[in-house]
Design a protein around this ligand. Structure first.
Ligand code: ZN
Length: 506
């Protein structure tokens, strides 16, 4: 692309033509999405749940959260006038008295003008008489809501579709707080893409009989409200999106209390829904069925910020990385198994196949446990390769056979970035992953790996590939560069590595 102008000049030009709200500027500076979280009144314990939501959002590294607390019940609300336009997205944990007319107008203008809005749990109980708000949330409950406010919206199993039911009746109910299965009804939406088709939420209130205008509303997931626990016997909407003017709204009915917010289902859908409402896309790593489980609810303490940080790709340009390869010779490395050859050439380690050899490995003399690893690799077509992590070679195991988790390397389309359990007979640890073309054949490919506790994540050329939790793999061992054995009368093939660095984690 030809260079037209400096980024700053370009930005100024753009600003002259399209006056961005200042939130976009903030987000550009910090590369984070700016969130305004609103609370101050709620029939729920907002003093507990607001900090949890802040942890859940900020913990994943993608959001900056500010909090606007409205005056308490019975106090005058004129002073409550947040600068909505300073933010990419507003998240409501508010269920209480009406805001001032000016604040309502500013909020409508913000969302209609393209701002994001997220309604969490009892926020959809609020403002039964504010028409625009009810169109934003699509559906609401309690507060005198009835057929005058709009239809009930349910998934009907016999019709295999979402239906609108205008029969008279109150809006809003829930049964006992129990764990429940969430069923994704649209797996193509950015918020649900890559998530399992069903997963359990922790014990929470499953809202039923919500009603409202439901215009431009799209149901992403439903849950069966079981009569046995006081529910409606209907598949009730749990996650919805609404288009309001130019603005995107995400509505989650989950999140009654701290226990509900410890549910990974609540956390993941909130993180993804807030990103989508703010940007129209979701770049977070999807979490698959090995973690977001369908038999029991997966739990995660929102206070464990580190787990959240793990969702983001490590920055290979930041501080703390240690070079494993000096670019001149193989000091610090030793060969195990196999007779493939390894040589150093132009700052690269070049591995070359040998006829009749089993898999060969050039291994670090040091062991690594919890770490981030990065390298570049360029692999001949036809040669399978990989990088061992946390691997072992012991005389009493298969004659010193190298074994442990391997980050797969091969030409596209293929399994590059998948995790394979080398030498153990367990096969693939990454069971399925839609991305098969992140690797660029014939070019240098940047791999990034994070291994921490039971969890291993990989990225190939910035694209998230694997995110596995595997308690059975070894947790500490060497890093090893594999040259795979080859069939007779093929090859020789070569694979090249460079810029191999590690950053140890606690
Ligand atoms: Zn509740």
């Amino acid at each position: 692309m030809p260079k037209l102008a400096s980024p700053h000049l370009l930005l100024l030009l753009l600003l002259a033509v399209f006056p961005f709200p200042s939130s976009s500027l903030r987000a550009q500076e910090s590369h984070k999405i700016s969130v305004l979280l609103i609370d101050g009144q709620n029939n729920h314990n907002w003093k507990v749940t607001t900090p949890l939501m802040q942890q859940i959002l900020e913990g994943c590294g993608r959001f900056d959260v500010d909090i606007a607390t409205a005056p308490g019940r019975g106090k005058r609300l004129e002073s409550f006038s947040p600068e909505f336009s300073e933010y990419d997205v507003v998240v409501s944990n508010y269920n209480g008295q009406s805001w001032s007319e000016a604040t309502q107008e500013a909020f409508e203008k913000f969302v209609a003008g393209g701002g994001g809005f997220v309604s969490v749990h009892a926020a959809d109980n609020s403002f039964p008489d504010w028409d625009a708000y009810n169109r934003m949330i699509g559906l609401g409950g309690w507060g005198g809501r009835s057929e005058k406010d709009g239809p009930y919206i349910r998934w009907k199993d016999d019709q295999k579709q979402i239906t609108r039911d205008l029969s008279p009746g109150r809006g809003g109910t829930h049964g006992k707080r129990v764990p429940f299965l969430m069923i994704v009804r649209d797996a193509e939406h950015p918020i649900t893409t890559g998530l399992p088709k069903t997963f359990m939420q922790a014990a929470d209130e499953l809202y039923g009989k919500l009603r409202g205008p439901a215009e431009n509303m799209h149901v992403l997931a439903t849950g069966f409200s079981a009569p046995a626990t006081g529910g409606t016997g209907e598949h009730e909407p749990l996650l919805m999106t609404v288009q309001f003017g130019e603005g995107r709204v995400f509505h989650t009915t989950l999140g009654h209390d701290d226990n509900a917010m410890k549910g990974l289902a609540f956390q993941v859908t909130l993180q993804r829904g807030v990103e989508w409402a703010a940007t129209g896309a979701v770049k977070q790593l999807a979490i698959n069925a090995t973690r977001l489980t369908s038999n029991v609810p997966a739990m995660r303490d929102p206070a464990d910020v580190r787990l959240g940080e793990l969702a983001a790709i490590p920055d290979v340009t930041s501080k703390g990385w240690v070079t494993l390869f000096n670019g001149k010779d193989l000091s610090g490395w030793s060969q195990k198994n196999g007779t493939a050859t390894y040589r150093v050439e132009k700052q690269m380690i070049v591995g070359k196949t040998a006829q009749g050899s089993p898999n060969s490995f050039m291994c670090t003399d040091r062991d690594y446990g919890n770490f981030e690893l990065t390298f570049e690799v360029n692999d001949d077509p036809g040669l399978n390769s990989g990088v061992q992590i946390r691997s072992l070679s012991k005389a009493d195991f298969n004659n010193g056979r190298v074994h442990g988790p391997q980050v797969e390397i091969e030409n596209a389309p293929g399994e590059s970035g998948y995790i394979y359990s080398e030498g153990t007979g367990r096969g693939w640890i990454t069971k399925s992953q839609p991305v098969k073309d992140a690797y660029q054949n014939g070019k240098w490919n940047r791999f990034v790996v994070r291994a921490k506790g039971d969890r291993i994540q990989t990225w190939v050329n910035g694209i998230a590939i694997a995110d596995v939790v595997d308690a059975a793999s070894s947790k500490k061992g060497f890093i090893g560069l594999q040259v795979h054995g080859i069939k007779r009368d093929v090859g020789p093939y070569e694979v090249r590595w460079r810029d191999i660095r590690v950053r140890e984690l606690k």
